[in-house]
Design a protein around this ligand. Structure first.
Ligand code: HAM
Length: 439
């Protein structure tokens, strides 16, 4: 019996995606809208390597990332390396490497692909793309004002309706002071408690208390304090004993300025925001879709004062956010914010006769020079089949060039949307197409 040939799977690696042209068009469109927005605030694009030394993450990214989610290995030169799970450490390394020469405030952005060994599910994959927007060299809350304005401007640029998202803000020092002063926890316990707090919205109350209670010395007294901390607003939190008054003042000023700049209904003080990374030292925030189907955060960010200090004696405070493509796509889909992205801006030219190949290429070139995207067939075939190909490829206009048209310097222009076909002089073709295509 003939041996069955075994084929390789065509599916991509677990938790990753292939971007076929339709998906790629979407991704390019989404990030081009974001690029345009952040560039309008003066931010410049940077990039770095996908591989970094393992040490870079070990220092400050936090236990969850380093122990559970990092793709790390030993390279052929015996170096321990890791595929970037986030961009902030690379950014800090790059800024630190040239810190004296860079004009402050440094305003940079990037769109890296990042790798985390996660359990893939809704809103969570092993590879995602993430817009990173960061600002260095401003200690005042005015940096937070700008970063949150940009976070909001991106959503506005996509025409996100009022009420479709919330920007939830807190401050690491609120949490730190609550854990160490109000709950009187030692630093190791405080860290463990904050990890459980970070998971609170993803587990039931019973599970939450089940994980929390063993970490507390007096759960009967401390659990109610935890609930009242989590439920508090800016006014009530300021009355809790032990809470850092500077952090409250910081958030109050930030909210007052942002409100004055029109960021009001969408801005919420939420002390349950924890953020998983160890490097945050100040204001922290997350943006959420209000659609309950899309529960994971759209953005996460905050201020980090000491990352540059890992590389030199220089001190430079940074603040920024990451915005992932997975949950953001769910957001755009859920609120009907994706425009028609089909490729009807590309013109298609069939080959009607073998001898006309060169003439078809010349015509295509004329159109390309005038700024019209043009695709041609490369071999003749039945005309109906060529029109079908144009349709399948999503082209709206088909231009026919036969020997008669060639002789009298015309073409036949067919609009596949309407079925209409007209004879057009070769001289007028590009302006007519540009008008119809609005290019
Ligand atoms: P992060 O909260 O880990 O922050 O990620 C930011 C955003 O990236 C999330 O809100 C989510 O949209 C997306 N994201 C993260 N992990 C995944 C995943 N496995 N699958 C799909 N999407 C994901 C950071 O990475 C910080 N370094 C951001 C930052 C920049 N902080 C200051 N500057």
């Amino acid at each position: 019996m003939e041996k069955q040939k075994s084929f390789l799977p065509t599916a991509p690696y677990k938790g990753t995606r292939d971007f076929y042209p339709d998906e790629m068009r979407f991704r390019n469109w989404m990030f081009s809208v974001m690029r345009e927005t952040v560039q309008s605030f003066g931010y410049q694009e940077y990039d770095g390597p996908i591989l970094e030394s393992f040490e870079l993450y070990k220092a400050k990214s936090g236990e969850e990332i380093v122990q559970r989610q990092l793709y790390d290995f030993i390279d052929k030169g015996e170096r321990r390396v890791a595929i970037r799970p986030e961009m902030t450490p690379t950014l800090a390394r790059m800024v630190a490497g040239n810190v004296r020469n860079l004009a402050k405030p440094i305003r940079w952005f990037s769109v890296p692909n990042l790798w985390r060994y996660e359990q893939p599910g809704k809103g969570r994959l092993r590879e995602h793309w993430q817009l990173n927007v960061d600002l260095f060299g401003v200690k005042s809350y005015t940096a937070e004002v700008e970063i949150i304005l940009i976070a909001d401007a991106i959503l506005q640029k996509f025409r996100a309706p009022k009420g479709s998202y919330q920007i939830k803000v807190s401050h690491r020092k609120l949490l730190d002071s609550f854990l160490s002063n109000t709950l009187e926890l030692k630093s190791e316990k405080a860290q463990a408690v904050s990890k459980v707090l970070d998971k609170k919205s993803k587990v039931s109350q019973k599970e939450f208390e089940g994980e929390m209670s063993p970490l507390l010395s007096d759960p009967a007294k401390q659990l109610p304090l935890i609930y009242s901390y989590l439920d508090s607003d800016l006014k009530s939190i300021s009355k809790m004993p032990g809470i850092d008054p500077n952090a409250i003042e910081f958030i109050s000023k930030l909210f007052s300025d942002l409100n004055g700049l029109g960021i009001k209904e969408q801005l919420v003080f939420d002390p349950s925001i924890v953020r998983g990374f160890d490097y945050y030292t100040g204001c922290i925030f997350e943006v959420f879709d209000t659609n309950p189907e899309n529960r994971r955060s759209l953005y996460g960010g905050g201020r980090y004062d000491n990352l540059i200090g890992l590389f030199s004696n220089e001190q430079l405070s940074g603040i920024g956010f990451g915005l992932g493509d997975v949950t953001f796509k769910n957001f755009l889909e859920g609120h009907g914010l994706i425009p028609d992205l089909n490729r009807n801006d590309t013109v298609f030219i069939p080959i009607l006769e073998e001898g006309l190949f060169q003439e078809v290429i010349k015509l295509a070139d004329e159109l390309r020079i005038s700024g019209i995207k043009t695709e041609t067939m490369l071999e003749p075939s039945k005309i109906a089949k060529q029109i079908q190909t144009a349709e399948k490829k999503g082209c709206r206009f088909v231009v026919f060039l036969g020997s008669d048209e060639l002789a009298n310097r015309t073409v036949q222009l067919k609009d596949l949307n309407t079925g209409e076909q007209v004879s057009v002089s070769r001289l007028d073709l590009s302006s007519k197409l540009k008008e119809s295509l609005k290019v």
